[in-house]
Structure formats: C-alpha cells, structure tokens
Design a protein around this ligand. Structure first.
Ligand code: HEC
Length: 175
C-alpha cells in the first residue's frame, strides 16, 4: 500500500507539475501571439499607399501625346468592355456608354442610372479627372457604382485615356 501511495503521489505530483509547466509556458509563449497584430500592420501598409489622396497622382496630361491608342484599346477591351460599350449610340450596360466621354459633363449619359455619389461630383470629364476615376474609382468617388479595382499602371491609364479621346466625332485637343 505504501508503494501504491508513493506511486500515486508521484503520478499526482507529475500531473501537477505538468499543469504548472503548462501554465507557465502558456504565459511565456503567449506574448508571441502579438506576432499577429504585427503582421496585420504590415498588411495595412500597401492599402494605406493605395488609399493615398487622389490628388497625389501625377498629372496624366503630359503623357497623352506619347500614349499608344492601340495599346489603350487592348487594355480597354480587357478591363472595361465587360461594363462599357464605346460605339456611338451604344447601349448602356453595367456602366454607361462611353462615346464622347472626354469633356462630357459627369454622370449625364442618356438613359443611365448613375449613383448619387457620381452625380454629386460635378464638372466635366477632364483628362485628369478620368485619370483619377480609372486609377481608383472608389477613392475618387466614394459611393460610386463603378466596381472596378482600378488601373495601377500610369502607362495603361495614359493609353486608355488616349483611346477614349479618339471615340468622338471631334476628339478634344490634347492638353
Ligand atoms: C464592373 C463594371 C465596370 C468596369 C470594369 C469599369 N467600369 Fe466604368 N463605370 C461603371 C459604372 C457602374 C459607372 C457609373 C458609376 C456611377 O454611377 O457611380 C462607370 C462610370 C465610368 C465613367 C464615367 C462616365 C460618365 O458618364 O460620367 C468613366 C469615364 C468610366 N466608367 C471609365 C471606365 C474605364 C476607362 C474602365 C476600364 C479601365 C472602366 N470604366 C471599367 C462600371 C464599370
């Protein structure tokens, strides 16, 4: 019996010891969980950059003369055509038809139901405003219906805008 008690005591002691070690190591290990917020902070960095004020975009005007209309058409067909037609009198789809959009009053294409956010924006589609819109629509017009991530590459934006400019009876002058 004495033997059994000794053994049982040992088992109990080791169990207790294991529990204590477990708690202590938990306490020691726990601070490492702070790694997670550290990663989250790193994650936020790119979006903070992407959400930088639209005003910090370099002017696109000087890039338009050297832009490539054909390349712009290719980018447009890949990225924009799912939602926009560009032919004269073309249908509105998810987005409005974009014939003659350069210089047009914002949110006024006939028969399209614009978001109130874009209607409230006001003014005309200058080259620079289109640049901001296609760089990051949701930053430029908070609450826009244009659910498009945006074209990050300046060259692609210049090419697309140069292409949009050609879609008019009388293309607007280059800046
Ligand atoms: C997922 C669909 C979608 C894609 C992709 C998309 N757009 Fe749009 N676009 C819209 C919608 C919807 C609106 C109307 C926005 C509103 O009312 O807020 C719009 C509005 C616009 C306007 C303003 C038109 C006006 O009459 O005021 C321009 C310019 C424009 N888009 C250009 C582009 C270009 C260029 C691309 C490709 C780089 C593109 N969009 C990609 C859906 C899209």
């Amino acid at each position: 019996m004495a033997n059994f008690n000794t053994v049982a005591g040992c088992v109990l002691a080791s169990a207790l010891f294991a529990m204590v070690v477990g708690k202590v190591s938990n306490a020691v290990v726990h601070p490492h969980k702070l790694d997670k917020p550290a990663i989250a902070v790193a994650d936020e960095a790119p979006s903070a950059v992407a959400a930088a004020p639209a005003a910090e975009l370099a002017p696109i005007g000087p890039k338009l003369a050297g832009a490539n209309v054909e390349a712009g058409k290719a980018v447009f067909n890949k990225q924009c055509m799912t939602c926009h037609t560009v032919d004269k009198g073309g249908a509105n789809k998810v987005g409005p038809n974009l014939w003659d959009v350069v210089g047009a009053k914002k949110a006024t294409h006939a028969g399209f139901s614009y978001s109130s956010a874009l209607q409230a924006k006001g003014g005309e589609w200058s080259y620079e405003d289109i640049n901001h819109m296609i760089f990051k629509p949701t930053s430029y017009v908070r609450g826009t219906k244009m659910a498009f991530a945006g074209l990050a590459k300046e060259q692609e934006r210049a090419d697309v805008i140069a292409y949009l400019r050609t879609l008019a009876d009388t293309p607007k002058p280059l800046p």
